[in-house]
Design a binder for this molecule. Sequence first.
Ligand SMILES: Nc1ncnc2c1ncn2[C@@H]1O[C@H](COP(=O)(O)OP(=O)(O)OP(=O)(O)O)[C@@H](O)[C@H]1O
Length: 270
Amino acid sequence: MADNTNLTTSQRNIMKFDPKDHEIALSTEDLHVFYGKTEGISEGDLQFERYKISALIGPSGSGKSTYLRSLNRMNDRIATVKGKIMYRGLDINSDAIDVYEMRRHIGMVFQRPNPFAKSIYENIAFALRQRGMNKKQDLDEIVERSLRQAAMWDQVKDDLNKSALALSGGQQQRLCIARAIAIKPDILLLDEPASALDPVSTSQIEDTLLELKQNYTIIIVTHNMQQASRISDYTAFFNLGKVLEYAETGDIFTNPKVDLTNDYISGNFG
Ligand SMILES: Nc1ncnc2c1ncn2[C@@H]1O[C@H](COP(=O)(O)OP(=O)(O)OP(=O)(O)O)[C@@H](O)[C@H]1O
């Protein structure tokens, strides 16, 4: 296999979808992220297809979380983000964007489950009330719908007033997914959502994501190669702040074009 890690982004055959055939939910253009003088992301623009799962993989410190967190401006306070993040024809990285409103469309679930110290019901209803929804019937409906979509309604429907902190780690993470989807975002960003969970809970989260992709575009950072190959349609391989390869997941795992991708997925990296 040729060593093509020194090629430019365009030469590396980074997948550019044909908009006639694929609807793009989100894309980045010339994105650079700086932590002071250190560049966390320096190259590699991606286009994310609607209703697909895209996995971001790569070694520790390669820039996966930095890239993901930039997509809904979670890095605003700690980094300088340059370039465009295009969503529905708008550059959401521009100063004119209402970040709070934008996050209604692009939600995030973090690595460690972080439910509020409130009841299961309130974990979901709280954000809805803050957005002006107060009618109990409406809240009840959305709480149920979100918990069903996160595949945990049957487990918790009789315990909605129980503290969310009394749930298992896997249930807490699914509650966080339910909370994120309650406000019906278009896009769900997940930063290693199953890394703190046991294999059974991990498998349940994966099943939940596969269900959710019918209605959501999902972008997930994962260190788990099996997870990326099980659930994602597309995979981007990051190294040293650059996307070295982006392709359909089957191709990345069976026929990677870049030597470093091959080394990483076969465990021979570093
Ligand atoms: N808050 C920060 N301040 C300064 N540098 C940071 C900060 N966050 C990340 N970095 C640096 O940016 C680079 C990319 O880090 P990032 O966390 O995005 O990588 P990652 O691929 O997600 O790593 P991991 O898999 O370990 O979570 C690293 O060099 C890291 O040290």
